[in-house]
Design a binder for this molecule. Structure first.
Ligand code: MN
Length: 384
């Protein structure tokens, strides 16, 4: 059967669920509201917003998010247990993720059950959710280690009981993009009626790559978190997945990428997890250029050394003046300080710049640059 081509990817951001599950991270109620609002303003399609079964405090936070009346669909995380789903219904959400462990290792050593019992448990929970008119994503925990035949059995249960999609979780982040592509393509071909969602972790640095591989194999839904926050090494980062889909795959999500820096800073502050300056897409210095050849190339045309315009994600280009600088970079940087240099002046300054940067073991600040400029102009006055 010919499957429809993927035209739009639906992003389900789980910063408020998997992101908050990061060891040691807690969001306050008002932080959750700010994050949800900003995700919604950016046009993120779906927000996984909490685990009502955790108790009263979490339930009232989920209710507060429901009351915001966002455009984004709110979805909660639930075990495949009727009381969990009932707690979600009481919070006012209309969509649930029903999670169940699907690998033999987890079925035997975590649930201490059999595959048959897992199927029965899913049928009961899914049946209950659908009777109550909920939109349901069935979450296959540890799907990457599950036996394919069993995954297909689960997908058929999803199909017959009307689940809206199946979430394939690489819970431990152990797949590579080729294996992910193969697994998703096979599920897609075997049970094409059930939409697929992919949930990836970054334990081997491949969360984003695996998410893209799954999408290219036919998954229509993808889980992300801002800054890649999440259990252990984190999840696929929202900003990376969306920009990679756009730049590497030519696929649009309809999400406003200009808000990514703002989102990144908000979540970094709320989670108390600083973002490294070299973090892909939103790191403060990923558009910093220093080496003479790169800076000169970027000044001539940014496309020479930038895969996309930094303003697309809310960042700015930044010319670092340091040990590797050339004259073009120096002229450009002094221009931003209101000082127009002749080329000979820049060449003279270059010697001082390199010496000072080597001595300080860092790029030069605006005041370093003014000081150096002062020295050469003083020496010019002295010669005159
Ligand atoms: Mn996870």
């Amino acid at each position: 059967m010919e499957k429809e081509s993927v035209t739009q990817v639906i992003v389900d951001d789980t910063t408020l669920r998997d992101g908050e599950q990061t060891a040691g991270v807690v969001f306050s109620r008002s932080e959750k509201i700010s994050i949800a609002r900003l995700l919604d303003q950016a046009g993120v399609h779906e927000i996984e917003c909490g685990i009502p079964a955790m108790g009263k405090e979490e339930q009232s936070a989920v209710r507060a998010l429901v009351d915001l009346g966002l455009r984004a669909r709110l979805i909660t995380w639930n075990r495949a247990i009727v009381s969990d789903i009932r707690a979600s219904i009481e919070c006012g959400v209309s969509a649930v993720d029903i999670s169940i462990s699907v690998s033999d290792i987890m079925i035997e050593h975590k649930l201490r059950k059999s595959r048959d019992l897992v199927i029965e448990q899913l049928k009961t929970a899914l049946g209950f959710a659908k009777e109550h008119g909920l939109y349901v994503s069935v979450g296959g925990e540890d799907a990457s280690r599950a036996e394919t035949g069993f995954l297909l059995d689960l997908l058929r249960v999803c199909r017959s009981l009307g689940a809206d999609r199946f979430r394939f979780c690489d819970t431990l982040g152990i797949l590579d993009p080729f294996a992910m592509h193969g697994k998703i393509a096979l599920l897609r071909q075997s049970v094409p009626e059930v939409d697929l969602e992919v949930h990836t972790h970054n334990d081997l640095g491949m969360a984003t790559a695996n998410a893209l591989a799954a999408i290219r194999a036919g998954a229509r839904f993808v889980n992300t978190t801002v800054n890649g926050l999440g259990e252990r090494a984190g999840n696929a980062a929202l900003e990376e997945v969306v920009m990679a889909l756009k730049v590497a795959c030519g696929m649009e999500t309809g999400i406003d990428t200009h808000r990514f820096l703002q989102l990144s800073r908000l979540v970094s502050k709320a989670s108390r997890r600083p973002v490294p300056p070299w973090k892909a897409v939103v790191g403060k210095r990923v558009f910093a250029h220093e080496s003479g050849i790169h800076a000169d190339g970027v000044i001539k045309n940014p496309k020479n050394y930038e895969g996309f315009d930094p303003s697309e994600v809310g960042l700015r280009r930044y010319l670092v003046v340091g040990k590797h600088s050339g004259t073009s970079g120096i002229i450009e940087r002094y221009q931003s300080l209101g000082i127009t240099l002749a080329r000979e002046e820049a060449e003279r300054l270059l010697v001082g710049v390199r010496t000072l940067a080597e001595r300080l073991k860092r790029p030069l600040s605006d005041s370093d640059l003014r000081m150096l400029y002062g020295e050469i102009t003083d020496s010019l006055v002295a010669v005159a």
